[in-house]
Ligand binder design. Structure first.
Ligand code: ADP
Ligand code: MG
Length: 724
């Protein structure tokens, strides 16, 4: 039996609950929650009243930060952090790799007398200067000017990250080049929130709504992941280097029993989940739901939705925590979109809405006709936005890992469409036809601010095959990959929605001349107009079906089946125009992103290809040859004792070995190739190299089905997914 399997079995059998540093029995969850966050309660207690108020205005209303305030806040933050045992502070930022980056600095400075003082002033809080040369910038920064700056994001609270050996004060920051260009995922997100607010406020004003707090977006990302024993993980170079298995025959049992989804959670996994939650509670991440997912060894964790920027930071913390706590429990958390072929991959459903604490969700129909009319307008804006910029939205989820998932009949198709549900679609249809039909007709509906009846909503009506599904008070964008930052899709959604709200506000203003009287009529006309032009994006049927692919083509909806096809969307003229118009991303910033993501894609495939060759040649071939020689020895032995013997098994293994060797040679040949530019290279890797990798895999997986299990060098799907 292979060593990895033995160790894993021992780990599962010998697992004893690890006593957590904090127990829920001793300290209640409500006391733990936020205990390591420099939150409102701490600020109120530690800051002078005026400073507190000024900071709150910056956080809540986006007012400019007063530098003298920063100095006082820094002092309080330092005292608070040191009282929690912190020795270092760290500007946390989110480079375009999609990962979280940290630069730690000690509080200590020599006092000149042989001792040291703890120091942390306003400047250190507001700005950091990590060497940025090793982060991708896509031409935004020349190497001799490697400086990048991190700038304090006042709106996302600082927190303490505990470690048995020391504790760090973490400060969420934006990461920009010396020219002020965004090198990260946070900066454009913050910019997009501003324009969303501006345009949403205009529409609200037309409806006579005045709100104090800015309109923002809310995000509730449902995070899927796999969890396997760490002994397996380290026995598989493809997993620890590429994050996914490049080989592996199907397990005789997969997910077809449907016994995993919402099933009882295995003991060690549950212990892990509880520890994850405890860690997340401490840093104020409101995790709510945990359950088994569809595939064996797959799980989900979901927080309660939060303001988009905070939800994004928190999702990064969730991913980090999942990985690090898994280690403590002898397991490895796989966040890759497709760790195992043939069973479901992992996504991250992004539940998305806009609004604020006063208004709630603007995608919520509400009780009164007035609220309903407003809802329909915001909903129409979403319809128009997704139709105009569906390709862009698709590009925000384009990456090598997610290519295995999108369109593979387990995740939404790569074609962007909106599911509204029958009833809401019907309402929009009626409004669209209302103007044309005789208004006396009974079922013709007008968006009267006073006359619209309460909308019948059916949030229970779910369509799992739609990439953008309306679910009662929000849209669920299901195409995000499990390992991705949720920033990119929100940046796109916020900005394209802002553009549609801008359009709608301008049209209403034109039609009504700013007067209240014509509002009903104007709103009806605009919704009619939007429906006529953009209803092609609405689709309530089965997104997995062949017919939909044909139908979508007829409707002119883009279908980008893979990353190299999708990424050019980022620099289309209308996309650059959109982002530049609202100052969210410049043409240069968009080009840099496209370049970086294309390069990532190519690097990923190249690494996988090299790894495929390496594993096939140095692990799988030798194992299979050993078995082949056993069989040959048997033949020789039989002959030696005078028996006529022909081994079918030997013929079979020999043929498969030949197939594998040829496939390896083909792949190697294809890998030695120079493309003319980055995009051409990505396309080449996608069209030529990936299929050749799959061919190597196909032969290897066939061998796995026949070779002596003792000789097989890699832990199998069966054991990785079912020994837990
Ligand atoms: P399901 O699996 O049925 O889709 P979950 O309960 O797992 O639902 O996840 C739903 C997610 O949507 C949660 O994170 C929840 O907080 C979030 N959510 C609920 N209402 C909103 C809203 N108005 N805006 C954004 N997210 C929301
Ligand atoms: Mg869910």
């Amino acid at each position: 039996m292979n060593q990895g399997r033995m160790n894993a079995i021992a780990a599962v059998n010998n697992f004893k609950p690890i006593s957590a540093p904090l127990s829920f029995a001793e300290t209640r969850a409500t006391d733990i929650f936020g205990s390591n966050v420099f939150n409102d309660k701490v600020m109120k207690a530690m800051l002078p009243k005026e400073v507190y108020k000024s900071l709150k205005r910056t956080i809540e209303k986006g007012e400019k930060l007063d530098p003298t305030v920063a100095t006082i806040v820094a002092q309080a933050m330092k005292d608070w952090a040191i009282s929690k045992g912190a020795t270092h502070f760290c500007h946390v930022f989110y480079p375009l790799t999609g990962l979280t980056a940290e630069k730690h600095d000690s509080f200590l400075v020599p006092d000149g007398k042989g001792g040291a003082l703890a120091e942390f002033d306003g400047k250190m809080l507001i700005q950091g200067e990590p060497d940025a040369s090793s982060f991708p910038s896509g031409g935004l920064r020349t190497t001799f000017e490697a400086r990048g700056y991190t700038a304090w994001d006042v709106t996302s609270p600082a927190y303490i990250l505990e470690n048995p050996n020391g504790t760090v004060l973490c400060i969420p920051t934006a990461f920009v080049s010396w020219t002020g260009e965004a090198l990260d995922k946070k900066t454009p997100l913050l910019r997009s929130l501003q324009v969303l607010n501006t345009q949403a406020q205009r529409v609200l004003k037309l409806f006579g709504k005045k709100v104090e707090a800015p309109v923002t977006c809310f995000a509730g990302p449902e995070q899927e992941y796999f969890l396997i024993d760490r002994n397996f993980y380290y026995a598989r170079p493809d997993l620890y280097l590429a994050g996914r298995t490049l080989f592996g025959a199907k397990s005789p049992k997969g997910q077809e029993f449907e016994d995993q989804y919402f099933g009882a959670i295995p003991r060690r996994v549950l212990a892990f989940m509880m520890e994850v939650e405890r860690e997340l509670f401490k840093v104020g991440v409101p995790v709510k739901t945990r359950h088994n997912e569809v595939a064996p060894a797959q799980y989900e964790i979901a927080p309660i939705f939060e303001q988009g920027n905070i939800a994004t930071d928190h999702n990064q913390i969730i991913m980090h925590t999942l990985r690090s706590v898994a280690r403590r429990y002898g397991m490895a958390c796989l966040l890759h979109e497709k760790p195992f072929a043939g069973i479901n991959g992992s996504g991250k459903h992004l539940n998305y809405s806009i609004g604020n604490s006063e208004l709630g969700s603007l995608f919520d129909p509400g009780e009164t006709p007035h609220a309903n009319a407003m809802f329909l307008v915001f909903c129409a804006a979403m319809i128009r936005a997704c139709h105009k910029y569906g390709g862009l939205l698709r590009a925000t989820v384009a990456a090598a890992g997610n290519d295995h998932r999108l369109g593979a009949n387990e995740a939404p198709p790569a074609i962007m469409s909106i599911y509204l549900g029958e009833m809401l679609t019907d309402v929009f249809e009626q409004i669209k036809n209302g103007g044309a039909k005789s208004s006396k007709k009974k079922d013709a509906m007008h968006v009267g601010v006073d006359t619209l009846p309460p909308l019948p909503m059916d949030p229970g009506d779910r369509n799992r095959t739609s990439p953008i599904a309306f679910t009662g008070n929000r849209f669920e964008f299901r195409a995000v990959g499990s390992s991705m930052s949720i920033a990119g899709s929100q940046v796109a959604l916020n900005t394209m929605l802002a553009e549609s709200l801008d359009y709608i506000a301008t049209e209403i203003e034109k039609k009504t001349g700013g007067k209240k009287a014509g509002l009903n009529q104007a709103v009806t006309e605009i919704i009619q107009d939007i429906m006529k032009k953009h209803e092609a994006i609405i689709f309530n049927g089965n997104g997995y079906s062949e017919e939909w692919h044909k139908e979508a083509k007829k409707r002119g909806l883009p279908n980008h089946p893979n990353t190299p096809a999708a990424l050019p969307e980022l620099t289309k003229a209308e996309v650059i125009e959109l982002f530049e118009k609202y100052g969210v991303l410049s043409g240069r910033e968009l080009h840099s992103r496209q370049e970086i993501y294309t390069e990532f894609y190519s690097r990923t495939i190249k690494t996988e290809a090299a790894l495929t060759v390496k594993i096939a040649r140095t692990m799988i071939l030798p194992g299979a040859i050993r078995y082949q020689s056993d069989l040959a020895a048997t033949c020789a032995n039989m002959k030696a004792i005078g028996k006529e013997y022909r081994s079918i098994a030997l013929d079979d293994v020999t043929a498969k070995l030949r197939g594998l060797q040829d496939a390896i040679l083909d792949l190697e040949k294809l890998c030695a190739h120079e493309a003319k530019d980055a995009l051409a290279e990505a396309k080449y890797l996608c069209d030529k190299v990936l299929p050749a990798m799959n061919e190597v895999r196909r032969w290897a997986d066939e061998l796995e089905q026949v070779v002596n299990d003792d000789y097989w060098p890699l832990p199998s799907y069966m054991e990785m997914c079912f020994i837990k």
